[in-house]
Design a protein around this ligand. Structure first.
Ligand code: SF4
Ligand code: SF4
Length: 233
């Protein structure tokens, strides 16, 4: 969620200084909230379903507004899924109303576009909800998630991509493609066997590497049966 003006006078659609929310919905179209530990109860009580969430994994590159640089996430972040193109929160209806208003996440409740003090406290509290908080106790599944997180580590991926960028290193390129193939086949085998609901994959394993590789300025194209890395710089 982002402030729509730099001076805390309210959202861009409001002409007069604000003291309360006018439900314009503008703050629900900037990528959706990060869940905080306070939101764990929403999942535990079934108000939020894992199929409505996705994970940004530790190590994924995110734009840091303070340093104005892409930087790796220190911990996992769990977010509500958004529409791909518009980045509208999936709970925002056509009349710009939140369909889960009474059960909305902590960040949404703390956000006031006319006064940033409360949300800034939330942002600086460093207490995002993690996958471990939710599924860490499920033996077998958690081990699988950890194994995937290691084998598809964004740190390793970043190092390999640097080798590709700097030296056109074929071995590094092959390793990137192997990592992407493993990520893809794990998702396919879990859903085909019926062990995992396909809609929960992005929560369990983060978004597919075929999607997120773009953060390193590459995309994946099929070359016959094999994957090929293509620069999108
Ligand atoms: S808090 Fe969000 S929905 Fe309310 S007025 Fe501000 S931008 Fe609009
Ligand atoms: S959960 Fe509701 S308040 Fe929060 S971003 Fe989505 S639509 Fe907006």
């Amino acid at each position: 969620m982002e402030f729509l003006t730099g001076d805390n006078e309210g959202c861009s659609g409001c002409s007069a200084p604000q003291t309360s929310c006018n439900n314009c919905g503008a703050c629900c179209t900037g990528g959706g909230p990060v869940l905080r530990t306070q939101d764990e109860r929403l999942i535990k009580t079934g108000k939020l379903d894992l199929s409505q969430l996705y994970t940004q994994r530790a190590g994924e590159l995110m734009f840091n507004k303070e340093t104005m640089k892409m930087e790796p996430l220190v911990t996992d972040q769990i977010k509500i899924k958004v529409e791909a193109e518009s980045l509208r929160c999936r709970f925002l209806d056509n009349e710009n109303k939140c369909t889960v208003y009474s059960q909305r996440p902590f960040e949404c409740r703390s956000f006031k576009c006319w006064d940033s003090r409360e949300i800034e406290q939330v942002y600086s509290s460093d207490d995002p909800l993690c996958r471990k908080d939710i599924i860490g106790g499920i033996e077998g599944l958690w081990d699988l998630v950890l194994d995937h997180h290691q084998r598809c580590s964004y740190e390793t991926l970043g190092e390999l991509i640097r080798e590709v960028d700097n030296n056109r290193d074929q071995d590094a390129m092959d390793k990137v493609c192997e990592m992407i193939a493993y990520d893809r086949s794990l998702r396919a085998s879990l859903t085909e066997s019926g062990k995992v609901n396909e809609a929960t994959l992005d929560f369990l394993f983060g978004r597919p590497l075929t999607t997120t590789i773009v953060m390193f300025n590459y995309k994946v194209e099929k070359d016959g049966d094999t994957d090929k890395l293509v620069s999108v710089k």
